[in-house]
Design a protein around this ligand. Structure first.
Ligand SMILES: [Mn+2]
Length: 349
């Protein structure tokens, strides 16, 4: 049986708002280094605005699309998303998806500019988030689910390419409907699945990988540290920051482990991913505590990501100190004493 997507009240509110305002132009901004959930929701919002109000929409992101799965998604599906350029946010409406201005993992000039026109997100609401229209729904496992409901509310037919993006956006965010999933995510996923291109989905999930992926993977295993049910690694310099999330997911598959924490250096910042198998904690809050106020971190119960500034070209000892500080601060939240010595189980003899 296939559950059907329902046009939620929030989705209907979005469609009515767009129809009433009929904006001529809109820029949809995702978070930096956008993931499939961000790309699919931006694309769906662009189509909803174009079909309901004739809006000319462009999709922009800061950072890079580095992870090979995500690059393949952009290329195979022709996702119309491009790097943000100066001035892109100056004309027309601005909508943020899968992020909020205070998260500072996006290029919206917060706090200089306080309020975008639209914010659609499934991360917990920041007290400083303001928008003319804010749809923040933590009960959705993916932002794409909210936008899939908006497509239904607007009565918009989608292409096979967008259906594929929606299925991959929800599937990758929830690890195929396993992690932090609601019946609404399953309904959106299954109702767009018949329209999706399964061959493209297979190519996206099994991409050809560059040599750097394998050297990072080797480092990820040889450099692994464990302490009780925590597993982690410092990946050092990376060609793309999303490799920390990928390695954190991978390390968490180690039996007996309940937490994984991975860091990596990119563009002067130390990127950190935290994962847990435990549903009754909140990885997002834990990571914010570890990184300290003023640093970029966001997340959900079981997954969280963030970064802190170390400085482009900073000396090695500063990077090491930052990596050690993050690992130690996290281990202390798990009850480790200051002098606790993690093990290095896969080091070469
Ligand atoms: Mn998301």
């Amino acid at each position: 049986m296939t559950a059907r997507v329902r046009a939620s009240a929030a989705a209907r509110r979005l469609v009515a708002w767009l129809a009433a305002k009929a904006p001529k132009r809109m820029t949809v901004l995702t978070h930096d280094h956008p993931d499939p959930d961000a790309l699919a929701s931006a694309w769906a919002l662009a189509l909803v605005a174009h079909k309901t109000a004739g809006t000319k929409v462009r999709i922009r992101y800061g950072g890079i699309v580095g992870r090979r799965e995500n690059r393949t998604m952009l290329e195979k599906l022709d996702v119309p998303a491009y790097p943000l350029k100066a001035g892109d946010l100056d004309a027309g409406l601005v909508a943020l998806v899968d992020t909020q201005p205070p998260f500072r993992n996006n290029r919206f000039p917060f706090p200089k500019r306080r309020r975008p026109d639209i914010v659609i997100d499934h991360h917990p609401r920041s007290p400083d988030t303001q928008a003319r229209l804010a749809i923040i729904d933590t009960s959705a496992g993916a932002t794409t689910t909210i936008l899939a409901e908006a497509l239904v509310a607007a009565g918009v037919r989608v292409t096979g390419r967008l259906a594929t993006a929606i299925v991959y956006g929800i599937g990758s965010e929830t690890q195929n409907l396993g992690r932090e999933t609601s019946p609404r995510d399953a309904a959106a996923y299954t109702s767009f699945l018949p329209k999706a291109n399964l061959n493209f989905l297979w190519r996206i999930t099994n991409p050809r990988r560059p040599a750097s992926f394998f050297s990072n993977l080797a480092r990820g295993i040889r450099g692994t540290f464990t302490w009780k049910d925590v597993i982690g690694v410092h990946l050092r310099e990376l060609p793309t920051p999303d490799r920390v999330a990928q390695m954190a997911d991978f390390l968490l598959t180690h039996e007996g482990m309940r937490w994984s924490i991975v860091t990596g250096r990119y563009a002067g910042r130390l990127h950190v991913s935290l994962r847990t198998t435990s549903e009754n904690t909140h990885a997002g809050r834990v990571l914010r505590g570890v990184l300290g106020g003023g640093n970029r971190a966001g997340g959900h119960r079981m997954i969280a990501g963030g970064s802190l500034e170390v400085g482009q070209g900073a000396p090695e000892r500063l990077w090491r100190r930052a990596e050690e500080a993050v690992a130690k601060a996290f281990l202390r939240t798990r009850g480790a004493a200051r002098a606790a010595r993690p093990e290095n189980p896969f080091r070469e003899a």
